[in-house]
Design a protein around this ligand. Sequence first.
Ligand SMILES: NC(=O)c1ccc[n+]([C@@H]2O[C@H](COP(=O)([O-])OP(=O)(O)OC[C@H]3O[C@@H](n4cnc5c(N)ncnc54)[C@H](O)[C@@H]3O)[C@@H](O)[C@H]2O)c1
Length: 504
Amino acid sequence: MTLDINRSDLSVGVVGTGAMGRGIAQVTAQGGIKAVLYDAAAGGAAKAKAAILDTLKGLVAKGRLTDADLAKTEANLAVAETLADLKGCQVVVEAVFENLEVKQKLFGELEAVLPADSIIASNTSSIRIASIARALKHRERVCGMHYFNPVPLMKLVEVIRATDTAQWVVDAMVALGKRQTRVPVVVGDTPGFLVNLGGTAIGTEGLRIYQEGRASPSQIDAVMRDSCGFRMGPFELMDLTGIDVNFPARKIIYEGFFHDRRMTPSPYHESLFHAGKLGRKTGGGWYSYDAKGAKIDPGADHMPSVIPAASVVVMDTHNEKLVALVMASGAKALGADDGRSPILVAPIGKDCTTTAVERGLDPRRTVAVDLTGDTAKRLTIMTAPGADDLVRDSAAAILGRSGAKVTLIKDSPGFIAQRMCAMIANLGCEMAMIGIASAADVDTAMTLGLNYPRGPLALADWLGVKECHEILLQLQSITGDDRYRPSQWLRRRAMLGMSATTVE
Ligand SMILES: NC(=O)c1ccc[n+]([C@@H]2O[C@H](COP(=O)([O-])OP(=O)(O)OC[C@H]3O[C@@H](n4cnc5c(N)ncnc54)[C@H](O)[C@@H]3O)[C@@H](O)[C@H]2O)c1
């Protein structure tokens, strides 16, 4: 069986015309396809059509859309009074309440109305497509079509292939996504699909660092923004999306992967959920917000008020970034310990304690610096327990001379940036390995769906594939936690000196 998505008389039914259904209908109509809107609430579909037209008129007023485009789009929007009125549609996309029983019932009703060669797709964000399709006679024509909010602005759509979904259905929905000017990626029917699963890495690792008392939410967010180029750190993102949304989602994914420790949620996250501190919408979550809703940020910068050290011992002389930083600061870089100057090290994956003990350095004067990412903006430092604060601060003052802000955290394997990026990359590698999507689509989806500066596999390349693998091995060895086990996908490419994006 095939469905020619490019046929000029294609009709797409949109059932459920709330926030998502409206967006789906809009991109369908703007893509030159007839969109037939249906909602169970009386007048709901007509209201949605009016809202879409209002949005488009606003774009015309701003000169971003022509009157002719508006007229064409309007002509493509139709309202159905009953579900049976969708019988002429070749495709129906469902965007009703996120409830399995509601969706199963609706799919049964749609099957009775639609011809056997039409496609029924769900926009669910967390329900397994196979469980929605289960009661149908023709499960092969059911798939997921997971759009992102707000649909007209978010280019990505995940086409979800369930156990019984036929290839012609996947092909047709990819083609439909393209006609809707989306970027479709084909994804497995696994918990969280691709983007919501991939997105757990940044949140769970941020929470783990916080839970271990290594750094504050503000410090973790600042490092992710300044050093790693993320638009937002994990804690500000959790506050924005709402703890009532992201905590249950984390639990679903953790349960869905049968307690894989890579996806372990945090009891601290759960505490906020139970306390009803849901983020921006309740005026408090990980951060507090003032009366105008602005975030009150306790800050992430360490500003030592001591005289910078005149000389520092640079242990990692091969590290050009570290040597350049010290040279530019005007301090004398010593190649051997003089018994009193700060000792700078730049470990990969190890904490300061391990580094100092293994190398026989004085742990009171050893200062570990993370040189991951944009060192012109922010540098992260840490010391071993019992370190000399004055020595540490005199080293921090030297590093701060470059103009970079300095974040001081508690001793941690992999600091913040290495830990976070390695975990994001590792989960991306695992998703590619277990076939949730192709390696290229993992990167495309995470970039478009979450506004990441680069996809997880590209992030492994950015860190250095060998370094990324080493960070994880060290985290696994120092913490003893299986959570940090490197994906075999990453391991092989690190051993072979290849890009993480290399396909088999
Ligand atoms: N909001 C998001 O950010 C987002 C993102 C991706 C996917 N989703 C998924 O999209 C779906 C819809 O989410 P939303 O945010 O648009 O919800 P919404 O509450 O804004 O809209 C749901 C609409 O469905 C209608 N409806 C409910 N039962 C119906 C039925 N049996 N028949 C016809 N219409 C019915 C309601 O009247 C309502 O207008 C959910 O499955 C959700 O998980 C939401």
